[in-house]
Write a protein that binds this ligand. Sequence first.
Ligand SMILES: Nc1ncnc2c1ncn2[C@@H]1O[C@H](COP(=O)(O)OP(=O)(O)OP(=O)(O)O)[C@@H](O)[C@H]1O
Ligand SMILES: [Mg+2]
Length: 392
Amino acid sequence: MLSARLPEVDQSVSIETLLGVAAQATDILNQIRDAMLEPYPRKSAPTFTSAQVASLCGIDKQRFQYLTTKGDLPAGTSKGAGRSKEFSLEEALTWIRATKERTRRPDGKRGRIVTIANFKGGVAKTTTAVSAAQALTLLGRRVLVIDCDPQGTTTQLCGWAPDAEISDDQTLLPLVYGDQTTLHYAVQETYWHNLDLIPASSSLFDAEFEIPAKVLNDSTFEFWEILRKGLMPLAEEYDAVVIDTPPALSYLTINALLASDAILLPCPPEALDFASSTQFWHLFADIAKKLPGVLEQKRFDFVNVIMTKAKSDDVSRVVRGWLQKAYGDRVLPFEIPESTVPKGASAQLSTVYDLSKPDGSTAAYNRFKEPLDRLAEHLDAQFVRAWNQTEA
Ligand SMILES: Nc1ncnc2c1ncn2[C@@H]1O[C@H](COP(=O)(O)OP(=O)(O)OP(=O)(O)O)[C@@H](O)[C@H]1O
Ligand SMILES: [Mg+2]
């Protein structure tokens, strides 16, 4: 018969000990970061070959050569002994904006706001949010990313160390406390040209105590409007705002959802993830309809479900069917496959767009990146539609 073996020494842990463990773990993480991302500003944007720039611009090699000889666009830097050219991200973006036929955001229209949400953890919210934001810049857009998750993973991927480098007053907290009325104070440039960030750190969790405390003091306080009010004046400076949320229907998540024009729910084709996604819509809609004015006034430009970590096994096939039955056309017609590529990239605190070229197999890299490119195109087309239709 099996008998449970009792530990020979006392295994109890005090809060004091946990604080020590936390401090040691943070110290190790900072050492790893420093070793990986030296020297400051540590994370750097990828460079591009002529062929990559031409492909991003949607032009062929001949036209690229012709435009190079005209001298109006950046010529890149000669690399090595050969004649190959290397372009910085900023140079590539100049090329893209000059050559790519794309509807510009009309004057007076603000950037569209999309929130990536699902209260299930680990479904690729952050990977999708940061990748989509980077991909949108490669379409020539100016993008703001807002990290609403005290875990600060988005902040990390955007090149900042949440707890070591981000002070409380650089996060959403001053807006939550009412010390600031717009979010201009919180915007940080990142290593990625045209991609700004409102960062998070673990102190952002205080918002989940502060907001209900305010409601207790003043029952008319519109707690769901905090982010929207702070963000609107800033949204005019961007083409797109991408908000990443924590794996919870927290006060900040509700704020993000109600500040946004669109919701994207990443969902792996797993039975439990599907079940959790159905609860998410119920809970959010139940909360939202009780908030004064929201039921009558709130409309989203679009709400989509994107399959992430998709596999080709039987379970995935079945759950894919459920997702399609449940969400119909809202499920995007492309899916992000389960892949070793994001794992490899995130081990370097990076996304697939940070890698100039595949670390491993080119086919695997393309299989993972291609649906993300399509996602950015899809979002962009929806933004353009909204600019053509809406008054604001
Ligand atoms: N398509 C994929 N295939 C395999 N692994 C993936 C894929 N997409 C993301 N991952 C990995 O899954 C993990 C969780 O991803 P991510 O942090 O984006 O999820 P999340 O939903 O934001 O998590 P959280 O709920 O904790 O915020 C990461 O290690 C990431 O590298
Ligand atoms: Mg996340």
